[in-house]
Design a protein around this ligand. Sequence first.
Ligand code: ATP
Ligand code: MG
Length: 153
Amino acid sequence: MTTTRSKGAADTEALGAEVAAPLEPGDLVLVTGELGAGKTTFVRGACHALGVDGPVVSPTFSTGRSYRTRAGIAVSHLDLYRLGDMGSEEEGLLDDYLTPDAVAFVEWPAVAAQELPEPAVRVVLRHAGGDNRDVSVEWAGGRADENPRTLIG
Ligand SMILES: Nc1ncnc2c1ncn2[C@@H]1O[C@H](COP(=O)(O)OP(=O)(O)OP(=O)(O)O)[C@@H](O)[C@H]1O
Ligand SMILES: [Mg+2]
């Protein structure tokens, strides 16, 4: 696990871009942190690096958003903050977004801890005073940050 100090939203977007580099279709990225910690900011940086054009905004009121990169790769962005205990309906919803062909980012994953598959990488953002955040990145076993860049082109 590596922890990096972010001094502002641009730093957090850049960290998102770094984490995006080795991602492959089917990979799940869990993004944890308190309100306003910068989860969506991190995902925005990752999505833009993957080649998603246009705005990447919080899906809080729609649970999930689907994007395509310029190269045609599917990208899912979920925010489970408003999800209560998972019912079968919500489980189906996860299945719609967490497909083998999509790179998926999930904010507030704890809500669905039981239902989510093993992530490729876990990201935790912590407030560290003012605009500072500590951003921890933990790749699943056998996968490291130096993996070849696959989707970015
Ligand atoms: N170092 C930083 N990293 C990320 N965001 C920062 C930082 N410093 C200040 N900010 C600001 O904090 C806010 C973070 O908002 P963001 O929506 O990314 O958080 P979030 O964790 O997704 O919140 P929520 O829990 O509501 O989903 C933004 O307004 C951003 O500009
Ligand atoms: Mg958010």
